[in-house]
Design a protein around this ligand. Structure first.
Ligand code: AMP
Ligand code: ZN
Length: 436
């Protein structure tokens, strides 16, 4: 196959040259990091005061890990490495209004991010002739703007549809003959079901490719999507701490996610011992940014579990590949692409005077979409027997939760003692979603 490549000089770079480039970028990244109050302190603790102290890539292991909690601690400016005049945009992590983390970008950062996304798009065989409908949320979430600028750079016609509003999505897809979409796998299956409900024949759509990501999904789900829609679906992996989309993407061969190693150093660690793992072993992905000036991150613990694939992809790209994400090493839940920590739900519930101490978070499916149910015990005296007596409280709790986690759950109110009490460590989350 003779396929277009966005940046052949980098994408096919010999490993040795790539590692030399990584070392130069790592020193530059340490220089940027030393400009932030957060890393100045952290790096002083290990006696690192100059970028030249990094003699080789092996020295990366001497650097401290960075965690999501560190990002929260440094909020809002502790990790800003440039003057405010140089910062042109910020994004925060999705679904975390209570515990925000922020990433700043300089003009150069946005330019480099856009380039990474352009590489991913072209690697899937999409071209300037495509019509791209971006169905992920625009705004603080990175999926919208991140993919948007990459797609424009490739020259696609971009429809910034943003998320939700299924009827309008289908309408746009028909009017403009959308050929490529960016969407969560759940929402794509939901769209498919909506096509049936609306009685829209498949051949009224020109869709030929989907970039699917933001939540774990299996090879079977990809196949199901591809067969039912008669399209090609490519896995897209990213996280806001590493810009967002554009970190790793599948090429036309769909043999795992190529991770751009000129932009990120990839490590795999055992999440319990924090020791490095050999190729092929499943562990937690740790990444160091190599090109981000405004918020450099050293050895960021993503909490995502995967393994590195051995061998080479037929496309000839030299950057290593990740297997699809298997899950998380923390308790973060992903509900229709939105990240939620159970502690955020607990924080809201415990502020409501009527609520007792026992609650349960249940996840299941309604059609193709995830459904979040929050069950909580409330004071016995509130159960008066009147049919609508609890509607107001249920609605209020639902709204408070929505503003904290950006997802409106179904709220169930229960009498004290009626929810299961677990022995030992409370089991607060019941995930009934079929293994994806
Ligand atoms: P956010 O920072 O809001 O963009 O969320 C990033 C998180 O979403 C990642 O750390 C993963 O847990 C999850 N995620 C993103 N893309 C994928 C993907 N392709 N497969 C599985 N999980 C994903
Ligand atoms: Zn490839």
């Amino acid at each position: 196959m003779n396929l277009p490549v966005w940046n052949p000089a980098i994408e096919f770079m010999e490993r040795e040259a790539l590692e030399r480039l990584q070392l130069a970028h790592l020193r530059q990244t340490v220089a940027w990091a030393l400009k932030t109050p957060f890393y100045r302190g952290r790096l002083a603790e290990i006696g690192l005061r100059h970028p030249e102290d990094i003699a080789g890539l092996r020295d990366l292991r001497k650097l401290p890990y960075t965690t999501k909690d560190d990002l929260r601690e440094a909020y809002p400016r502790g990790l800003l490495a440039v003057d405010l005049e140089q910062a042109v945009r910020l994004h925060t992590s999705s679904g975390t209004t209570g515990m925000p983390t922020v990433i700043y970008h300089s003009r150069q950062d946005l330019d480099r991010w856009t380039e990474l996304v352009a590489r991913c798009i072209v690697a899937t065989g999409a071209t300037a002739a495509d019509v791209f409908q971006n169905m992920t949320g625009y705004g603080l979430f990175t999926g919208g703007l991140g993919l948007h600028y990459g797609a424009e750079r490739v020259g696609m016609l971009v429809i910034p549809a943003s998320s939700g509003n299924t009827g309008r999505q289908l309408h746009l897809m028909q009017s403009f003959q959308t050929t490529v979409v960016l969407v969560t796998p759940c929402y794509l299956l939901h769209l498919l079901a909506a096509l049936d409900v609306e009685g829209i024949p498949r051949d009224r759509l020109a869709l030929r490719k989907a970039f699917i990501g933001a939540e774990p999904h299996s090879e079977q789900t990809r196949r199901k999507i591809e067969e039912l829609f008669r399209i090609d679906a490519y896995n897209s992996y990213g996280l806001s701490e590493m810009n967002g989309p554009g970190v790793a993407f599948e090429c036309v061969y769909k043999t795992g996610l190529h991770l751009w190693e000129d932009a990120y150093i990839l490590e795999m660690i055992d999440p319990r011992t924090l020791e490095p793992l050999p190729e092929g072993k499943t562990g937690e992905i740790v990444m160091t940014t190599l090109q981000r000036q405004a918020t450099p991150l050293l050895r960021y613990r993503t909490r995502d579990l995967s393994h590195l694939l051995e061998g080479h992809c037929p496309c000839g790209r030299t950057h290593r590949r990740l297997a699809r994400i298997k899950g998380r090493s923390d308790d973060m839940l992903i509900v229709n692409g939105v990240n939620i920590f159970p502690s955020q739900i607990e924080d809201v519930l415990m502020k409501v005077p009527e609520v007792g101490t026992n609650y349960l978070i249940q996840l299941d499916k309604r059609g193709s979409l995830d459904r979040l149910v929050v069950k909580t015990e409330i004071c016995a005296k509130l159960f008066t027997g009147e049919p609508n007596a609890l509607d107001d409280l249920r609605e209020r709790i639902g709204e408070w939760l929505r503003s904290a986690i950006l997802v409106k759950p179904a709220v169930e109110l229960h009498e004290p003692g009626s929810l299961p009490v677990s022995e030992g460590k409370a089991k607060r989350v019941v995930d009934l979603r079929p293994a994806f």
